[in-house]
Design a protein around this ligand. Structure first.
Ligand code: PLP
Length: 448
Protein backbone atom coordinates (compact mmCIF):
# COMPACT_ATOMS: atom_id res chain seq x y z
CA UNK A 1 0.00 0.00 0.00
CA UNK A 2 2.89 2.32 0.79
CA UNK A 3 4.49 1.60 -2.58
CA UNK A 4 1.16 2.31 -4.29
CA UNK A 5 0.88 5.60 -2.47
CA UNK A 6 4.31 6.73 -3.68
CA UNK A 7 3.74 5.44 -7.20
CA UNK A 8 0.41 7.21 -7.44
CA UNK A 9 2.07 10.46 -6.33
CA UNK A 10 4.84 10.07 -8.90
CA UNK A 11 2.57 9.45 -11.87
CA UNK A 12 -0.36 11.83 -11.30
CA UNK A 13 -0.49 15.53 -12.16
CA UNK A 14 0.68 17.50 -9.11
CA UNK A 15 -1.95 19.57 -7.31
CA UNK A 16 0.26 22.66 -7.38
CA UNK A 17 3.25 23.49 -9.54
CA UNK A 18 4.18 26.72 -7.78
CA UNK A 19 6.91 25.68 -5.39
CA UNK A 20 9.27 23.81 -7.72
CA UNK A 21 11.59 26.42 -9.24
CA UNK A 22 12.59 24.57 -12.39
CA UNK A 23 16.20 24.75 -13.62
CA UNK A 24 17.05 26.25 -17.03
CA UNK A 25 13.31 26.62 -17.74
CA UNK A 26 10.85 29.35 -18.66
CA UNK A 27 8.81 28.52 -15.54
CA UNK A 28 5.71 30.55 -16.45
CA UNK A 29 5.51 29.12 -19.95
CA UNK A 30 6.09 25.57 -18.72
CA UNK A 31 3.56 25.69 -15.91
CA UNK A 32 0.92 27.08 -18.28
CA UNK A 33 1.37 24.03 -20.56
CA UNK A 34 3.38 21.37 -18.74
CA UNK A 35 5.19 18.39 -20.22
CA UNK A 36 5.25 15.78 -17.45
CA UNK A 37 6.86 12.37 -17.77
CA UNK A 38 5.57 9.66 -15.47
CA UNK A 39 7.34 6.42 -16.34
CA UNK A 40 9.92 4.97 -18.71
CA UNK A 41 11.10 1.71 -20.20
CA UNK A 42 13.62 1.02 -22.97
CA UNK A 43 13.33 3.64 -25.73
CA UNK A 44 10.13 5.20 -24.39
CA UNK A 45 8.66 7.42 -21.75
CA UNK A 46 5.01 7.64 -20.85
CA UNK A 47 3.63 11.02 -19.85
CA UNK A 48 1.09 11.66 -17.09
CA UNK A 49 -1.72 11.33 -19.65
CA UNK A 50 -0.49 7.87 -20.60
CA UNK A 51 0.90 8.87 -24.02
CA UNK A 52 3.97 7.05 -25.27
CA UNK A 53 6.93 9.37 -25.88
CA UNK A 54 9.88 8.19 -27.98
CA UNK A 55 13.07 9.27 -26.23
CA UNK A 56 15.28 10.83 -28.91
CA UNK A 57 17.55 12.44 -26.30
CA UNK A 58 18.41 9.72 -23.78
CA UNK A 59 16.64 11.89 -21.21
CA UNK A 60 19.19 14.69 -21.11
CA UNK A 61 22.09 12.99 -22.92
CA UNK A 62 22.41 10.50 -20.06
CA UNK A 63 20.26 7.37 -20.38
CA UNK A 64 22.63 5.72 -22.86
CA UNK A 65 21.56 2.13 -22.08
CA UNK A 66 17.85 2.95 -22.30
CA UNK A 67 15.36 3.21 -19.47
CA UNK A 68 14.76 0.83 -16.57
CA UNK A 69 17.24 -1.78 -17.75
CA UNK A 70 16.87 -4.94 -15.63
CA UNK A 71 20.47 -5.28 -14.40
CA UNK A 72 20.59 -1.67 -13.30
CA UNK A 73 17.22 -1.78 -11.58
CA UNK A 74 18.18 -4.95 -9.75
CA UNK A 75 21.62 -3.67 -8.70
CA UNK A 76 20.24 -0.42 -7.33
CA UNK A 77 17.42 -2.17 -5.43
CA UNK A 78 19.85 -4.63 -3.89
CA UNK A 79 22.35 -1.95 -2.98
CA UNK A 80 19.90 0.31 -1.17
CA UNK A 81 18.76 -2.64 0.90
CA UNK A 82 22.35 -3.67 1.69
CA UNK A 83 24.29 -0.46 2.26
CA UNK A 84 22.47 2.84 1.78
CA UNK A 85 25.36 5.16 2.53
CA UNK A 86 29.00 5.00 3.56
CA UNK A 87 31.31 7.96 4.02
CA UNK A 88 34.41 8.18 1.83
CA UNK A 89 36.54 10.57 3.85
CA UNK A 90 39.10 8.36 5.63
CA UNK A 91 36.51 5.55 5.41
CA UNK A 92 34.96 3.70 2.52
CA UNK A 93 33.17 0.64 1.19
CA UNK A 94 34.14 -1.82 -1.56
CA UNK A 95 32.23 -0.52 -4.58
CA UNK A 96 34.05 2.77 -5.31
CA UNK A 97 37.29 0.79 -5.64
CA UNK A 98 35.71 -1.77 -7.95
CA UNK A 99 34.12 0.94 -10.09
CA UNK A 100 37.28 3.08 -10.27
CA UNK A 101 39.22 0.04 -11.46
CA UNK A 102 36.63 -0.63 -14.18
CA UNK A 103 36.80 2.98 -15.33
CA UNK A 104 40.61 2.89 -15.39
CA UNK A 105 40.34 -0.13 -17.72
CA UNK A 106 37.91 1.71 -20.03
CA UNK A 107 39.86 4.96 -20.11
CA UNK A 108 42.34 5.97 -22.81
CA UNK A 109 46.10 6.07 -22.16
CA UNK A 110 47.13 5.97 -18.52
CA UNK A 111 44.14 7.86 -17.10
CA UNK A 112 44.04 5.30 -14.33
CA UNK A 113 42.96 7.27 -11.27
CA UNK A 114 39.38 8.26 -10.61
CA UNK A 115 37.90 10.97 -8.39
CA UNK A 116 34.14 10.64 -7.88
CA UNK A 117 31.61 13.48 -7.93
CA UNK A 118 27.81 13.71 -8.29
CA UNK A 119 27.42 15.64 -11.51
CA UNK A 120 29.11 17.03 -14.56
CA UNK A 121 29.40 20.46 -12.96
CA UNK A 122 31.18 19.01 -9.96
CA UNK A 123 33.44 16.97 -12.24
CA UNK A 124 34.45 20.12 -14.10
CA UNK A 125 35.15 22.17 -10.98
CA UNK A 126 37.06 19.22 -9.51
CA UNK A 127 39.14 18.85 -12.67
CA UNK A 128 40.02 22.55 -12.76
CA UNK A 129 41.07 22.41 -9.09
CA UNK A 130 43.14 19.28 -9.71
CA UNK A 131 44.88 21.02 -12.62
CA UNK A 132 45.77 24.04 -10.49
CA UNK A 133 46.90 21.92 -7.55
CA UNK A 134 48.94 19.67 -9.85
CA UNK A 135 51.08 22.56 -11.06
CA UNK A 136 51.47 23.87 -7.54
CA UNK A 137 52.45 20.43 -6.23
CA UNK A 138 55.23 20.36 -8.85
CA UNK A 139 56.49 23.77 -7.74
CA UNK A 140 54.99 25.50 -10.82
CA UNK A 141 52.31 27.38 -8.91
CA UNK A 142 52.28 30.44 -11.21
CA UNK A 143 50.41 28.35 -13.76
CA UNK A 144 46.93 29.45 -12.72
CA UNK A 145 45.24 30.50 -15.93
CA UNK A 146 42.40 28.32 -17.21
CA UNK A 147 41.46 28.40 -20.89
CA UNK A 148 38.00 27.48 -22.13
CA UNK A 149 36.16 28.25 -25.38
CA UNK A 150 33.39 30.45 -26.62
CA UNK A 151 30.03 28.62 -26.64
CA UNK A 152 31.42 25.93 -24.30
CA UNK A 153 29.22 24.44 -21.61
CA UNK A 154 31.01 23.07 -18.59
CA UNK A 155 28.15 22.99 -16.12
CA UNK A 156 27.13 25.67 -13.69
CA UNK A 157 29.71 25.82 -10.92
CA UNK A 158 31.76 29.01 -10.73
CA UNK A 159 34.70 27.21 -12.34
CA UNK A 160 32.54 25.79 -15.10
CA UNK A 161 30.84 29.06 -16.01
CA UNK A 162 34.19 30.88 -15.89
CA UNK A 163 35.72 28.64 -18.56
CA UNK A 164 32.33 28.23 -20.23
CA UNK A 165 31.33 30.42 -23.13
CA UNK A 166 27.54 30.73 -23.12
CA UNK A 167 26.83 34.40 -22.37
CA UNK A 168 23.50 33.83 -20.58
CA UNK A 169 25.13 31.40 -18.17
CA UNK A 170 27.79 33.97 -17.26
CA UNK A 171 26.45 37.50 -17.39
CA UNK A 172 24.20 37.33 -14.31
CA UNK A 173 26.85 36.10 -11.96
CA UNK A 174 29.43 38.80 -11.46
CA UNK A 175 33.11 38.74 -12.21
CA UNK A 176 33.60 34.94 -12.15
CA UNK A 177 37.05 33.37 -11.75
CA UNK A 178 39.94 35.68 -12.47
CA UNK A 179 42.54 34.60 -15.00
CA UNK A 180 40.51 32.74 -17.57
CA UNK A 181 40.45 33.19 -21.32
CA UNK A 182 38.61 31.62 -24.21
CA UNK A 183 39.47 30.08 -27.54
CA UNK A 184 37.18 30.86 -30.44
CA UNK A 185 34.44 28.33 -31.10
CA UNK A 186 34.46 26.16 -34.19
CA UNK A 187 30.91 26.66 -35.50
CA UNK A 188 31.18 27.90 -39.08
CA UNK A 189 27.90 27.34 -40.89
CA UNK A 190 28.99 29.42 -43.86
CA UNK A 191 31.80 27.07 -44.74
CA UNK A 192 30.61 23.81 -43.18
CA UNK A 193 26.80 23.70 -43.54
CA UNK A 194 25.42 20.16 -43.92
CA UNK A 195 28.81 18.51 -43.33
CA UNK A 196 28.44 14.80 -42.67
CA UNK A 197 30.52 13.92 -39.63
CA UNK A 198 33.46 16.16 -38.71
CA UNK A 199 33.60 19.37 -40.76
CA UNK A 200 36.45 19.89 -43.22
CA UNK A 201 37.05 23.60 -42.57
CA UNK A 202 38.42 25.27 -39.47
CA UNK A 203 41.54 23.37 -38.42
CA UNK A 204 43.32 26.73 -38.27
CA UNK A 205 41.12 27.67 -35.30
CA UNK A 206 43.32 25.44 -33.13
CA UNK A 207 46.07 28.03 -33.65
CA UNK A 208 43.99 30.30 -31.45
CA UNK A 209 45.64 28.51 -28.55
CA UNK A 210 49.04 29.72 -29.77
CA UNK A 211 47.58 33.23 -29.84
CA UNK A 212 46.54 32.96 -26.17
CA UNK A 213 49.90 31.46 -25.24
CA UNK A 214 51.62 34.40 -26.94
CA UNK A 215 49.34 36.84 -25.12
CA UNK A 216 49.54 35.39 -21.61
CA UNK A 217 52.79 33.39 -21.77
CA UNK A 218 52.68 29.62 -21.36
CA UNK A 219 54.16 29.88 -17.86
CA UNK A 220 50.85 31.33 -16.60
CA UNK A 221 48.55 28.70 -18.15
CA UNK A 222 47.49 25.65 -16.16
CA UNK A 223 45.02 23.93 -18.44
CA UNK A 224 42.78 24.03 -21.48
CA UNK A 225 39.33 22.50 -21.13
CA UNK A 226 37.40 21.42 -24.22
CA UNK A 227 34.29 19.43 -25.00
CA UNK A 228 35.42 17.14 -27.85
CA UNK A 229 31.92 17.85 -29.19
CA UNK A 230 29.97 20.72 -27.66
CA UNK A 231 26.49 19.46 -26.87
CA UNK A 232 24.65 22.16 -24.98
CA UNK A 233 25.55 24.96 -27.37
CA UNK A 234 23.66 23.03 -30.06
CA UNK A 235 26.17 20.37 -31.14
CA UNK A 236 29.35 21.99 -32.39
CA UNK A 237 31.85 19.61 -33.95
CA UNK A 238 35.63 19.86 -33.99
CA UNK A 239 37.04 20.36 -37.49
CA UNK A 240 38.98 17.35 -38.70
CA UNK A 241 42.42 17.38 -36.99
CA UNK A 242 41.54 20.20 -34.57
CA UNK A 243 41.75 18.18 -31.35
CA UNK A 244 45.07 16.63 -32.46
CA UNK A 245 46.48 20.11 -33.02
CA UNK A 246 45.25 21.36 -29.63
CA UNK A 247 46.98 18.37 -28.02
CA UNK A 248 50.26 19.21 -29.79
CA UNK A 249 50.16 22.83 -28.68
CA UNK A 250 49.39 21.86 -25.06
CA UNK A 251 52.33 19.44 -25.07
CA UNK A 252 54.66 22.03 -26.54
CA UNK A 253 53.88 24.46 -23.72
CA UNK A 254 53.40 22.17 -20.71
CA UNK A 255 49.66 22.91 -20.54
CA UNK A 256 47.27 20.22 -19.30
CA UNK A 257 44.47 19.19 -21.65
CA UNK A 258 41.10 18.40 -20.09
CA UNK A 259 38.39 16.77 -22.20
CA UNK A 260 34.93 17.41 -20.81
CA UNK A 261 33.27 14.15 -21.83
CA UNK A 262 30.12 14.54 -19.76
CA UNK A 263 28.10 14.10 -22.95
CA UNK A 264 30.56 12.34 -25.26
CA UNK A 265 31.53 9.63 -22.76
CA UNK A 266 30.05 6.14 -22.55
CA UNK A 267 29.42 5.25 -26.14
CA UNK A 268 27.85 8.41 -27.50
CA UNK A 269 30.37 8.48 -30.36
CA UNK A 270 31.22 4.79 -30.64
CA UNK A 271 33.87 4.25 -27.96
CA UNK A 272 33.96 4.53 -24.20
CA UNK A 273 35.24 8.08 -24.68
CA UNK A 274 35.44 10.45 -27.65
CA UNK A 275 39.17 10.63 -26.90
CA UNK A 276 39.46 7.07 -28.20
CA UNK A 277 37.30 7.70 -31.27
CA UNK A 278 39.35 10.71 -32.36
CA UNK A 279 42.66 9.23 -31.19
CA UNK A 280 43.66 12.06 -28.85
CA UNK A 281 44.49 11.34 -25.22
CA UNK A 282 43.91 14.21 -22.81
CA UNK A 283 45.48 14.47 -19.33
CA UNK A 284 42.15 14.61 -17.56
CA UNK A 285 38.63 13.49 -18.52
CA UNK A 286 35.48 14.73 -16.82
CA UNK A 287 32.47 12.41 -16.99
CA UNK A 288 28.94 12.06 -15.58
CA UNK A 289 25.55 11.35 -17.25
CA UNK A 290 26.05 8.00 -19.05
CA UNK A 291 28.35 6.82 -16.26
CA UNK A 292 25.33 5.80 -14.19
CA UNK A 293 22.79 5.80 -17.05
CA UNK A 294 21.22 8.83 -15.41
CA UNK A 295 19.37 6.83 -12.77
CA UNK A 296 21.47 7.85 -9.76
CA UNK A 297 23.47 11.09 -9.97
CA UNK A 298 27.19 10.45 -10.45
CA UNK A 299 30.24 12.06 -12.01
CA UNK A 300 33.91 11.20 -12.24
CA UNK A 301 37.25 12.79 -13.02
CA UNK A 302 39.84 10.51 -14.62
CA UNK A 303 43.46 11.62 -14.29
CA UNK A 304 46.76 10.43 -15.72
CA UNK A 305 49.53 8.67 -13.80
CA UNK A 306 51.70 11.77 -14.08
CA UNK A 307 49.10 13.99 -12.45
CA UNK A 308 48.26 11.48 -9.76
CA UNK A 309 51.96 10.98 -8.99
CA UNK A 310 52.42 14.69 -8.31
CA UNK A 311 49.97 14.38 -5.40
CA UNK A 312 51.60 11.25 -4.01
CA UNK A 313 54.85 12.85 -2.90
CA UNK A 314 53.86 13.70 0.68
CA UNK A 315 54.15 11.71 3.90
CA UNK A 316 51.93 8.65 4.26
CA UNK A 317 49.64 10.46 6.67
CA UNK A 318 49.33 13.59 4.47
CA UNK A 319 46.00 14.18 2.70
CA UNK A 320 46.58 14.04 -1.10
CA UNK A 321 43.87 16.44 -2.18
CA UNK A 322 41.84 18.85 -0.04
CA UNK A 323 38.69 18.32 -2.04
CA UNK A 324 35.70 15.98 -2.00
CA UNK A 325 31.94 15.67 -1.61
CA UNK A 326 29.87 13.91 1.04
CA UNK A 327 28.55 11.75 -1.77
CA UNK A 328 31.82 11.11 -3.67
CA UNK A 329 31.63 7.37 -4.41
CA UNK A 330 28.10 6.96 -3.03
CA UNK A 331 27.32 3.22 -2.85
CA UNK A 332 24.00 3.56 -4.69
CA UNK A 333 25.63 5.51 -7.53
CA UNK A 334 28.50 3.01 -7.69
CA UNK A 335 26.05 0.11 -7.90
CA UNK A 336 24.13 1.87 -10.68
CA UNK A 337 27.34 2.66 -12.57
CA UNK A 338 28.73 -0.87 -12.32
CA UNK A 339 25.48 -2.39 -13.59
CA UNK A 340 25.42 0.26 -16.32
CA UNK A 341 28.95 -0.65 -17.46
CA UNK A 342 27.94 -4.33 -17.43
CA UNK A 343 24.92 -3.52 -19.59
CA UNK A 344 27.05 -1.53 -22.06
CA UNK A 345 29.52 -4.41 -22.32
CA UNK A 346 26.99 -7.23 -22.51
CA UNK A 347 25.04 -5.55 -25.31
CA UNK A 348 28.08 -4.01 -27.10
CA UNK A 349 26.37 -0.65 -26.83
CA UNK A 350 29.50 1.47 -27.34
CA UNK A 351 29.85 0.01 -30.83
CA UNK A 352 26.26 0.87 -31.73
CA UNK A 353 27.11 4.50 -32.45
CA UNK A 354 29.53 3.32 -35.13
CA UNK A 355 27.37 0.46 -36.47
CA UNK A 356 24.33 2.73 -36.80
CA UNK A 357 26.35 5.86 -37.56
CA UNK A 358 25.87 5.78 -41.33
CA UNK A 359 22.16 5.04 -41.08
CA UNK A 360 21.73 7.85 -38.54
CA UNK A 361 23.74 10.22 -40.75
CA UNK A 362 21.68 9.46 -43.85
CA UNK A 363 18.43 9.74 -41.92
CA UNK A 364 19.20 13.11 -40.35
CA UNK A 365 20.54 14.58 -43.57
CA UNK A 366 17.29 13.59 -45.32
CA UNK A 367 15.83 16.68 -43.58
CA UNK A 368 18.00 18.95 -45.74
CA UNK A 369 15.80 21.15 -47.91
CA UNK A 370 12.91 21.37 -45.43
CA UNK A 371 11.72 24.92 -44.66
CA UNK A 372 14.19 27.06 -42.69
CA UNK A 373 16.68 24.25 -42.08
CA UNK A 374 20.05 26.01 -42.38
CA UNK A 375 22.38 23.30 -41.09
CA UNK A 376 22.45 19.66 -40.04
CA UNK A 377 25.31 18.26 -37.97
CA UNK A 378 26.04 14.69 -36.86
CA UNK A 379 28.69 12.50 -35.28
CA UNK A 380 28.25 9.11 -33.62
CA UNK A 381 24.69 8.98 -32.29
CA UNK A 382 24.49 12.75 -31.95
CA UNK A 383 22.59 14.99 -34.29
CA UNK A 384 21.51 18.60 -34.60
CA UNK A 385 19.17 20.49 -36.89
CA UNK A 386 19.56 24.24 -36.97
CA UNK A 387 16.80 26.58 -38.14
CA UNK A 388 16.96 30.14 -39.37
CA UNK A 389 15.75 32.36 -36.53
CA UNK A 390 12.45 34.19 -37.01
CA UNK A 391 12.87 37.94 -37.46
CA UNK A 392 13.05 39.56 -34.04
CA UNK A 393 12.16 36.31 -32.26
CA UNK A 394 15.22 34.08 -32.08
CA UNK A 395 14.64 30.72 -30.45
CA UNK A 396 10.87 30.60 -31.07
CA UNK A 397 11.12 28.42 -34.17
CA UNK A 398 13.34 25.90 -32.39
CA UNK A 399 11.02 25.90 -29.40
CA UNK A 400 7.94 25.33 -31.58
CA UNK A 401 9.58 22.31 -33.21
CA UNK A 402 10.53 20.93 -29.79
CA UNK A 403 7.06 21.52 -28.35
CA UNK A 404 5.25 20.06 -31.36
CA UNK A 405 7.65 17.10 -31.36
CA UNK A 406 6.46 16.38 -27.83
CA UNK A 407 2.74 17.09 -28.13
CA UNK A 408 2.07 16.09 -31.74
CA UNK A 409 5.01 13.79 -32.48
CA UNK A 410 5.15 11.95 -29.16
CA UNK A 411 8.88 12.49 -29.00
CA UNK A 412 11.42 13.91 -26.57
CA UNK A 413 14.02 16.14 -28.24
CA UNK A 414 16.25 18.87 -26.86
CA UNK A 415 16.10 22.51 -27.87
CA UNK A 416 18.72 25.23 -27.49
CA UNK A 417 17.89 28.42 -29.30
CA UNK A 418 16.99 27.46 -32.84
CA UNK A 419 18.77 24.12 -32.69
CA UNK A 420 17.10 20.77 -32.09
CA UNK A 421 19.64 18.33 -30.66
CA UNK A 422 19.23 14.55 -30.69
CA UNK A 423 21.12 11.87 -28.75
CA UNK A 424 19.02 8.72 -28.45
CA UNK A 425 19.68 5.81 -26.12
CA UNK A 426 22.27 3.51 -27.72
CA UNK A 427 19.74 0.64 -27.78
CA UNK A 428 18.00 2.46 -30.62
CA UNK A 429 17.03 0.44 -33.70
CA UNK A 430 16.64 1.48 -37.31
CA UNK A 431 12.85 1.55 -37.01
CA UNK A 432 13.14 4.14 -34.22
CA UNK A 433 15.52 6.19 -36.33
CA UNK A 434 12.97 6.13 -39.16
CA UNK A 435 10.23 7.21 -36.75
CA UNK A 436 12.28 10.09 -35.35
CA UNK A 437 13.06 11.62 -38.73
CA UNK A 438 9.67 10.95 -40.35
CA UNK A 439 7.95 12.65 -37.44
CA UNK A 440 10.45 15.50 -37.35
CA UNK A 441 10.03 16.11 -41.08
CA UNK A 442 6.26 16.48 -40.64
CA UNK A 443 6.68 18.76 -37.67
CA UNK A 444 9.25 20.97 -39.36
CA UNK A 445 6.91 21.37 -42.36
CA UNK A 446 4.07 22.21 -39.99
CA UNK A 447 6.03 24.80 -37.98
CA UNK A 448 7.67 26.44 -41.00
N1 PLP B 1 29.89 19.46 -19.00
C1 PLP B 1 29.26 19.18 -20.14
C2 PLP B 1 30.04 19.02 -21.40
C3 PLP B 1 27.87 19.03 -20.15
O1 PLP B 1 27.24 18.78 -21.30
C4 PLP B 1 27.17 19.15 -18.94
C5 PLP B 1 25.70 18.98 -18.91
O2 PLP B 1 25.03 18.95 -19.92
C6 PLP B 1 27.87 19.45 -17.78
C7 PLP B 1 29.23 19.59 -17.84
C8 PLP B 1 27.17 19.64 -16.48
O3 PLP B 1 26.67 18.45 -16.00
P1 PLP B 1 25.59 18.48 -14.81
O4 PLP B 1 24.35 19.07 -15.37
O5 PLP B 1 25.47 17.02 -14.45
O6 PLP B 1 26.17 19.28 -13.70
Amino acid sequence: ALADYYQQQATAKPASMDAFWMPFTANKQFKAAPRLLASASGMHYRDVDGREILDACAGLWCVNAGHARPRIVEAVKRQIETLDFAPNFSMSSPLPFVLAQRLAELSPGDLNHVFFTNSGSESVDSALKIALAYHRARGDGQRTRLIGREKAYHGVGFGGISVGGLPNNRKWFGPLLPGTDHLRHTLDIQRNAFSQGLPAHGLELAEDLERLVALHDASTIAAVIIEPISGSAGVILPPDGYLQRIRQICDKHGILLIFDEVITGFGRVGKAFAAQRVGVTPDIITAAKGLSNGCVPMGAVLVSERIHQAFAQGADNAIDLFHGYTYSGHPLACAAALATLDTYAEENLFEKAIELGDYWQQAIHSLKGLPNVIDIRNYGLIGAIEFAPRDGAPGTRGFDVFNDAFHKGGMLTRVTGDVIALSPPLIIEKTHIDQIFERLADIIRGVA
